[in-house]
Write a protein that binds this ligand. Sequence first.
Ligand code: GCO
Ligand code: MG
Length: 396
Amino acid sequence: MAKISEIEPLVLAHTEKGSATWASVMIVVKVVTSNGMVGYGEAVPTLRVINVYNTIKQVSKGYIGKEAEEPEENYQEWYKQDFYLARSFESATATSAIDQALWDIVGKELGAPIYKLLGGKVRDKIPVYANGWYQDAITPEDFAEKAKEVVKRGYKALKFDPFGPYYNWIDEKGLKEAEERVKAVREAVGNDVDILIEHHGRFNADSAILIAKRLEKYNPMFMEEPVHHEDIEGLRKYRQHTSLNIALGERLISLKETAVYVSEGLVNILQPDLCNIGGITIGRKVISLAEAFDVEIAFHNAFGSIQNAYSLQMSAITPNLYLLENFYDWFPQWKRDIVFDETKIENGHVKVPDKPGIGVSINEKLIESLKVEPKELEVQEEPVWVVKGTWKKYLT
Ligand SMILES: O=C(O)[C@H](O)[C@@H](O)[C@H](O)[C@H](O)CO
Ligand SMILES: [Mg+2]
């Protein structure tokens, strides 16, 4: 048995940015045990870099001195202590990152990748879909041209947000612009590629329903976060008036919260994020919850290469996997180098990495060299979650 002796939050940044503001930094958690084992996890930055950094320090107080090989017991104990864990994004992501690092340590101790600890893989290669590919795309032609490149690389599915600056309400002009972009992509990729429509949880139900009716002829595989995250009534209304698949889950931070959407039939493709949902400990339960209700899984995987490595481990054990989200081909190089570029995408798939624990080796030297003091991210008119440049036209 090894005790958790140290937990260090690390904020990493580089001049080469990601495709969205909030993906321009990575928050990594390093856990060290009394017998010198080291594990890594990743937390979600968004606009809360300082808060998350500080919360990791607070949550650490509940983990230091505990057995590293008991992530389940530690999670349960921390859940009790934190009191607001299921209400605090910061706590949820801090706890998730620490939990991941513990599973990494257990795997390293036993000499097995996480997928082996959880019953073994059900596939050797993880099919992925592309996101982040449409930087600076504004016109339908821009989208079509970039979509063709994605398909050429071997992807069988791609996701994008065609709604520009529209927020809450969408008018005829907005519907027309979105339709033209989606039509252009459908024509560019043909009928054998899945088109996934991202709404970024920003419409009221009536507008989202109008969008669904307008876009359904292009046969999108799913409509992601069509209404605001907390608008469950709106989602019910959307469900009643549309017949397209709903994808959501990136902002869910507990098992029981997830159960509400799954058991009510409000989601077809569940997108848990292993960096907020409660790490591997809760992630594995969410997979089973979804499986019981015939809901597919497509882990949300929009931040860094450590998140990506855990998402690959968990996708390997998920019988009900649709596809794993992937930004890897559009990552800045430094993010790829953190895992020695070991999770390359070939023909729309990633081979399941099988080193002990997280599955990949971590470039500790690079992590040290990218370390910065946590600081606030600038708030700009272009929302923090967009793929950069897609709002340009509307800003000038
Ligand atoms: O599903 C997703 O991946 C998320 O909604 C976001 O993380 C954004 O798409 C991303 O930030 C854009 O760059
Ligand atoms: Mg999303």
